[in-house]
Design a protein around this ligand. Sequence first.
Ligand code: SF4
Length: 326
Amino acid sequence: MANPIITLENVTRTFQVKRQVIRAVDDVSLSVCEGEIMCLVGESGCGKTTTGKMIAGVLPISSGKILYRHQSIDMLRSDDYKKYRLAVQMIHQDPYASLNPAHTIFQIIAAPLRHHGFTRDEAHTQARVRELLQLVDLTPPEDFLDKFPHQLSGGQRQRVSIARALTVNPSFIVADEAVSMVDVSIRISLLNTLTKLKNAMGLAVLFITHDLALAKYFAWEGRIGVMYLGRLVELAPAHELVESPKHPYTQVLLSAIPEADPEVTRRKKHIQLRSMDVPSLLRLPTGCAFHPRCPAFMGEVCEKVRPELMPADGAMVACHLVNRKT
Ligand code: SF4
């Protein structure tokens, strides 16, 4: 495996809700290597955004360990911790809220360049801002420099957010539902820009989405991790996960993706869940948390014993049915 930039070892994050403790992320372990694309997918509340925030250092972990280039981030001294915080940048879901409405695009992008000393003088700052706007396909840059965020479309604002993240020469981008608030027609073009940047700059990208179809498109060369109620239930190379999904939850998600050809969609076998209700994190089911909904439910073992993430034919899967076969 290539060199991991970020490694999670048994990471858990709990929150206190009405005198109860919920485990938003529960015992998650994974690595993301240099230049790699990894997608985390799952329904709302599965812990994918919390995982992304912990990786980016904006939310502390409750237990476990996060390693940045093999060193625990808790043990990093101030200079190294600053390097880690600059190297790992986050692009947020909402391009409307994440940009200061009172600043021009030039000011938004120039501020981190100046603050972190990435430019020598004003001429260098001016040139670098133009270069970054071009990199994210906001061309010609002169058309955008003096505009305010409200004068741009959602897709253009998200490109500004990406340009701002690139100001500090990161090696890892956490893109949290980064295209979900823009029009469908713009999504693919934004994903193509991210792919271009990844290839040009050797960036690793953790792409967080509830949309497995988007994950499939974006991470075809990378890996996909599927989360359910705080736990990682399947992790595999994207093509393998899509062509041969092993966990029943992954199979359900894939069966719900519409195909380009309506006839193929009509013929596609839609897997029925046993229940449509997603259990609350406040009252997690015992054993396998997916058991009340699982179409492959096997009775007592699923109800009572929590399945661990284990190797299964090139993937990692947490399911008694799969783990029994391998
Ligand atoms: Fe379904 Fe049992 Fe596998 Fe859970 S462990 S996904 S309930 S078969």
